[in-house]
Write a protein that binds this ligand. Structure first.
Ligand code: G3P
Length: 218
């Protein structure tokens, strides 16, 4: 399973990368705004800064909602760096844009996916990644994890190459359940990745090992 970090914060991206387990980064306009990055040129420069940290897979989202606008933006985004994957919303023109960009050999991540039907369309259009949002479904009393399971089963049935990128992950158990189901990728904030490290018995065990070592060597 690939680990992506879901942030535009350069310090968090560096920290996850230095841990040695990071396979990519996802961003969206809200995450950019959270870092105070506004204006097309600043946003492009920020994508470049992210690409300079990681090895591959930097999702950069288009703002246009019409086919021509999305294609134009996608072409500009991929010029920033070979590591860019163009993030396209699951709307009618978005599906057309994914098909067009796939035919051109440009990688896409279909975002804002909330149903199995939408995920089928993304795969049929040839998206490199599909991003179902777990947490936002949970927020409206719908089982987000059930959607991950459904999409993985459907893609397995037909051998679709689109990778299931579980997004809107809010806590460690979301990530672990995605791994049990077999999601190809999880994207989550730094605290979820580092949260995997934590176990009180590890801390207690280490403290005792070190104390016993020091007894023997004092
Ligand atoms: O990857 C999509 C993600 O950024 C959405 O997360 O927590 O805003 O639902 P959240």
């Amino acid at each position: 399973m690939k680990f992506f970090i879901d942030t535009a914060n350069l310090d968090d991206i560096r920290e996850a990368y230095e841990l040695g387990v990071l396979d990519g980064v996802t961003t969206n306009p809200s995450l950019m705004a959270k870092e105070g990055i506004t204006g097309a040129d600043n946003i492009k420069a920020h994508y470049k800064a992210i690409c300079n940290i990681v090895d591959d897979n930097v999702s950069a989202e288009v703002i246009s909602t019409d086919f021509d606008g999305m294609i134009k933006e996608a072409h500009e985004l991929v010029k920033i760096d070979d590591k860019i994957v163009v993030k396209i919303p699951m709307i009618k023109d978005g599906v057309k844009a994914i098909k067009h960009l796939t035919d051109e050999g440009i990688r896409t991540n279909c975002t804002l996916v909330f149903s199995a039907g939408q995920a089928i369309l993304a795969a049929k259009a040839g998206a490199s990644y599909v991003s179902p949002f777990i947490g936002r479904l949970d927020d409206v009393s719908t089982d987000g994890m059930e959607l991950i399971s459904q999409i993985c089963n459907i893609y397995d049935n037909y051998g679709y190459e689109t990778e299931v990128l579980a997004a809107s992950i809010r806590h460690v158990m979301h990530l672990i359940q995605c791994a049990e189901i077999g999601a190809d990728v999880v994207t989550c904030p730094l605290n979820v990745i580092t949260g995997l490290l934590k176990h009180p018995l590890t801390d207690i065990g280490l403290e005792k090992f070190l104390a016993d070592y020091n007894k023997g060597n004092s």
